[in-house]
Design a protein around this ligand. Structure first.
Ligand SMILES: [Zn+2]
Length: 392
């Protein structure tokens, strides 16, 4: 039997706000444990949340950039569960009325483009972080992350391969980076992805039983985990067994997914409207202003690079996939207008060196010691026959 994978992705993106979503604590990553905390984000009794206006702006920006409808009224909800990293026993989220609905993200795989539809984008607060295995048997909790604002971006099950999932995530990350809403750093956990995966006989339309796969912390691990999970489900069906509805964790060392919990024991979050916050009203005027202030986004920049610099589509795609790389390229071309030669250097030696130095995470080109003017000067020396490409 020929099977078709059906994949939907849920992305949690930490917003690049100065302060947390409901208190004035710093939202910055990397402070000493529990330094960025106050009675509110520690969940102590007697406190009340105050919404950070910038969080709403960021959500509107993300929604507009992905063609969503911005809801004039959305509502906050309590998602109840007990876990040590969630001291007040509930997470403030959005449930039946999210701020952004509909929308889509366009991806290109093997020369074909398609739109992956979005179900919704909603705002919620992040939890603290449990730290295990570092102090003997003791588990520690760091609440610096508690109350850092998150966007949860939920796709429809429109993705049909691990390559499409990778393309979707790279495009979504690029959009959020261009908007300066999220730094997109998967290793530091500011851009996290869970996948719902099922398979069905090709040509049928009903959905198979899905498994939820978690714990993937790089684009590579998302693709590897999906490939493993798709093959595992097809093997089960081919041998006459059933796929269990469950949550599975990706084990990057052994390159397998393993069962974490079955859906029978899944949480009932008992959502209800958050009584401490008013419904969120977004005036149309505000949306119009935000729409007018959107920056150039990856697709538009790719088209402009092809038009203004006469670059092939491949070059334009690679250079604009990350905002910092695109900025670097344009700064170099301003200093020496030989776009194709500079494109070759950026796509070849620069990206390779960045990758080799493990700087290949978000927004790191600022740490790269060769300034764009230096690269431009180097290419100029080749162009006026002072040195050869090899010597350069
Ligand atoms: Zn706080």
């Amino acid at each position: 039997m020929d099977y078709e994978p059906v994949i939907g992705l849920e992305v949690h993106a930490e917003m690049l706000t100065q302060s947390k979503i409901f208190c004035g604590c710093s939202a910055k990553f990397g402070a000493p444990p529990n330094e960025n905390t106050c009675p509110l984000c520690l969940g102590l009794p007697g406190v009340l949340p105050v919404l950070n206006r910038r969080v709403v702006e960021f959500a509107i920006k993300a929604g507009l950039a992905t063609h969503c409808t911005i809801a004039p009224v959305s509502r906050w909800a309590r998602k109840n569960y007990f876990y040590p990293d969630l001291p007040k026993g509930y997470q403030i989220s959005q449930y039946e009325l999210p701020i952004c609905v509909g929308g889509h993200i366009d991806i290109a795989v093997d020369g074909a483009t398609k739109a992956v539809r979005l179900t919704r984008i909603h705002i919620e607060e992040d939890t603290g972080k449990n730290i295990h295995d570092q102090h003997g048997d003791a588990s520690l909790v760091d609440y610096n992350r508690s109350g850092v604002p998150l966007l949860e971006i939920v796709s429809e099950p429109d993705i049909r391969s691990s390559a499409e999932a990778g393309a979707y995530l790279r495009k979504l990350r690029a959009i959020l980076q261009y908007l300066e809403v999220c730094d997109g750093n998967m290793e530091e956990g500011s851009f996290r992805c869970d996948a719902n995966v099922s398979v069905r006989p090709r040509g049928t339309t009903t959905l198979g039983t899905k498994a939820e796969v978690k714990n993937m912390n790089s684009f590579r691990s998302v693709e590897r985990a999906l490939e493993y999970e798709i093959a595992r489900q097809i093997d089960l069906l081919n041998s006459g067994e059933r796929v269990a509805q469950e949550t599975r964790l990706w084990d990057a060392d052994r390159e397998v997914t393993r069962s974490m919990r079955s859906k029978e024991s899944a949480h009932d979050y008992r959502y209800f409207p958050e009584p401490d916050l008013l419904p969120l009203e977004v005036p149309e005027q505000w949306v119009t202003e935000m729409r007018g202030a959107l920056p150039e986004l990856p697709d538009a920049r790719r088209e402009r690079f092809m038009r203004d610099y006469a670059l092939p589509v491949y070059d334009a795609e690679v250079l604009t996939a990350r905002k910092d790389i695109a900025d670097y390229f344009e700064a170099a071309v301003r200093a020496h207008p030989n776009a194709k030669a500079i494109s070759n250097w950026v796509m070849g030696d620069v990206l390779r060196a960045i990758h080799d130095r493990k700087l290949d995470t978000a927004l790191v080109i600022r740490d790269w010691p060769v300034a764009p003017e230096h690269l431009a000067a180097l290419v100029r020396l080749i162009d006026n026959d002072t040195i050869s490409g090899k010597i350069a």
